[in-house]
Design a protein around this ligand. Structure first.
Ligand code: BEZ
Length: 251
């Protein structure tokens, strides 16, 4: 299969969204009795969906809290607290799956090498993560707000990795994978309620604002809302500018 670069495709073809916006689990196409590892499984909902196809799923996440919740929700599934940068499975899984987790992992080469080793020969790696341009407007507003409030923005506190498709493809190939599909697509994401942006910031800007007092954080949230309202608030709905990098790679 040829590699498909989405950004231009998106502009040209409007069936793009239905084609690539399909549920990632459908792209994985789990088969009965397949062994599948869900990397960064969070609270386990997609691991459970994968298991509903008859696959044997193991969900792993670096967060003990997430795994605790996953195990409580889905007691019959196997979950473990595990860091993808240090896991040491070998030739164990028919497929590795990951949704919205890889962009949190700073040690990408180690993670890729570990996923490659975890797969059986010809196993597949099916994943989606934040890609180049992801949440650019929100990060821009955070930076500008901090600047205007004279709070230092520290680059080293930026917690994410949002690669370009060609860069990530090269990394996967360096790790030994054959990339069968790679696409970067825009997926504007509604944030629930009038406090949607603020709630998002409270949840996800902790790293960036770790050196900022609680009072100043409130000022940053309010400033971000003011800056983003003209562009990211439509019909009483906050929208986050998510860009997803989705790929299928084979061992
Ligand atoms: C995401 O793209 O899924 C994401 C990025 C940053 C924070 C939270 C979610």
């Amino acid at each position: 299969m040829t590699t498909q670069w989405n950004a231009s495709l998106y502009d040209q073809k409007h069936d793009f969204v239905s084609k690539f916006g399909a549920n990632l689990v459908d792209v994985l196409a789990p088969q009965t009795q397949e062994h599948i590892l869900d990397v960064g499984c969070g609270t386990g909902d997609l691991a459970n969906e994968i298991a509903s196809f008859g696959a044997i799923v193991r969900g792993m996440d670096a967060s003990k809290e997430m795994i605790g919740s996953a195990q409580q929700k889905y007691p019959t599934l196997a979950f473990e607290t595990q860091d993808a940068a240090t896991m040491d499975y070998t030739n164990q899984f028919d497929a590795v799956f990951s949704n919205a987790a890889l962009h949190w992992m700073k040690q990408q080469e180690k993670v890729m090498a570990n996923i490659y080793r975890a797969l059986k020969p010809h196993g597949r790696f099916v994943a989606e993560m934040g890609g180049q341009g992801n949440i650019a407007s929100i990060v821009g507003a955070l930076r500008q707000s901090m600047e205007e409030l004279q709070l230092p923005y520290k680059e080293q506190y930026f917690p994410w990795f949002f690669p370009a498709a060609e860069d990530y493809q090269a990394m996967l190939e360096n790790a030994g994978f054959t990339v069968q599909m790679m696409t970067l697509y825009e997926r504007p994401t509604p944030l629930q309620g009038d406090d949607g942006l603020r709630n998002w910031l409270v949840m996800f800007s902790n790293n960036i604002l770790q050196h900022v007092s609680d009072d100043d954080k409130e000022l940053v949230y309010a400033k971000c809302e003011e800056l983003l309202k003209p562009t990211n608030y439509q019909n009483k709905q906050w929208i986050a500018d998510y860009w997803r990098l989705r790929f299928v790679a084979k061992k």
